[in-house]
Each structure stands twice: as C-alpha cells, then as structure tokens.
Ligand binder design. Sequence first.
Ligand code: R5P
Length: 307
Amino acid sequence: MFSGQAHPMLAEAVAAELGTKPGNCLLENFPDGELRVEILEEVEGRQVFLLQPTGPPAADRFLELMLMADACKRAGASQVIAVVPYFGYARQDRRAKTGEPVGARLIADIMEQRLDRILTVDLHTPSIEGFFRIPIDHVSAIPLLAEALRPELEPDSVLVAPDLGAVKMARRYSQLLDLPVAYVHKIRVSGSEVQVREVVGKVEGLSPVLVDDMISTGGTLRSAMKAVLDMGCLPRFTIAASHSLLVGDAIQQLALFPLSKVILTDSIGRTEFGSLPVQVVSLKKILAEAMQKLSLNRIPEPTHSMP
Ligand code: R5P
C-alpha cells in the first residue's frame, strides 16, 4: 500500500489497522512544477493499493494517483487498486447544458487505463459506477455517521435533506435513526449559488439534522438552513456529511448559523475547522476492512444501497 500526498495521515491510520505501514515512495515536483513519482518498494507480482482522495487541488491529486498507478504497472504489479475516499469530479456526472463535458465519465475513462479496481466512499451519484468497465467497490460512511449522530439527537429531531439529491441518503439515516424526513427543493444557479424553491415535510418546532454527501462552499446547507428557519424550525442545527471540502469562506459562513454539532469523516485531509463544532469520524476501519477483503479476493459488502 502506498499513499499519495493528499492524505498520508489516513493512509497511516488504515495501514495501522491492517498491521502494516505505507510503502516508501518518492513524491515531489520537478523544477517546472510537474509531479514526480518513484515507487521505492518491490511490487512485481503483487497486489498494490494506492490511497489518494482526489479533493482540492483535484487535478494534481488525480494525476499523482495515475502516475503512481502507471509506475506500479510498469514495475510489474499484478493488480493496482485505487482507494479513493473522496472521489473528485463526481458532481460532473451529466451535462446541465450544451457545451459542458461529462467530467466524471472522462475521469473514469482515464482511471481504467491504469487501474484494475477502485474502492471509494459515498460517491456523489452511485450510478457513476456505470461509467467504469473496471469494478468499483462503493462503501458508505452513513452507518458510522449515524452512530455519531445518535447521542446528539433531541426527541424532536427531524432529518432534513438539503436538496433532492440527498433524499435517498436522508431515508437511509431515517431507517437507522428512526426519524422523520423533510427535504428542501433547491436549484443550483452556479457553482457557488443555489436557490430554494420549497420545503417539503414538517420542520416547524423541530430540531433539524441536515445530512448530505458533501459540503463544498456550504451554499447548499446555508440555503437549506435559512429555508427551514423561515418555516419555523428551532434554531439548533446538527449536520452530518461524508466529505468536507469546505472551500473558500465556507467555515466562516456556516459558523454564522446556530450549529450544535457538525459530524464529518476524514475522507479529505482537512484538520482545521475554525469555530465550527466539528466531530470527525474516521473511515480507517471501513477502508481497512474493505481492503482486507480485496486482498483475500473477496468483495467488500456494498453499504451504499438505499431504499
Ligand atoms: C449536490 O448535489 C451535493 O450533494 C451537495 O449538496 C453540494 O455539492 C454541496 O456543495 P456546496 O456546499 O457548494 O453547496
């Protein structure tokens, strides 16, 4: 197992779960800025895992992963498996208008040139799996996040999906936590701006627990929180999300809301959360378990299936 530069801390933690350490490899830049990779262990005939979330800067993280995969293949690795806890470009899974690419499909086309298999967590859209001709093992952080949410719940808690895409995810939390679900109908105006059309379900007098696959600018969550406050919910928010990009001033903007807890995973190597009341739950165990199964040529249990 080798780690790219994106998240060596998670790689160390996963390796420790497996009773090992990440292998030695050189990761640096040439003077002109190009990435330089050198695998410093014997990989001939071996199954290799490469751990690298492809969060910001997504292009560099992605290219480094592919350079590592190429190096392993050329050195004779028998199987190269990418462990990608956060899968960048997944939101570009369709064209919203003419002139746009299908970025996730392009990424899939490139990845399958050098990789034999991919292990990932809470893909933005599970159907992205269909873009690949190599197997994708897709595990979910929802059971972990739900357990972390449990002690935070109030008798009057309601799950809120901040957009239609999060409804299935909210239903999964609802099954695990036995809570009602409301949802916000959002439309995206641009990469950083969203508008709310309506709130469906009862939130008045209740404590909202917002769940989403990811927080990027925080715009989706902020619009949803404003909308449910307008509908008379209690000013006490709990948030759970699998991936915390928290780009730009997302942390400062979210901190303007009455948040009692924000529960995130360590899919991305962020450790600074300003004044947000963040609790991080680690993916190390579920990734280690899935990798262990793959090393025994067994298939990890997909935990993403939602009703
Ligand atoms: C959208 O479909 C996703 O599930 C997230 O709601 C969204 O990508 C989060 O982005 P942001 O925080 O920038 O609104």
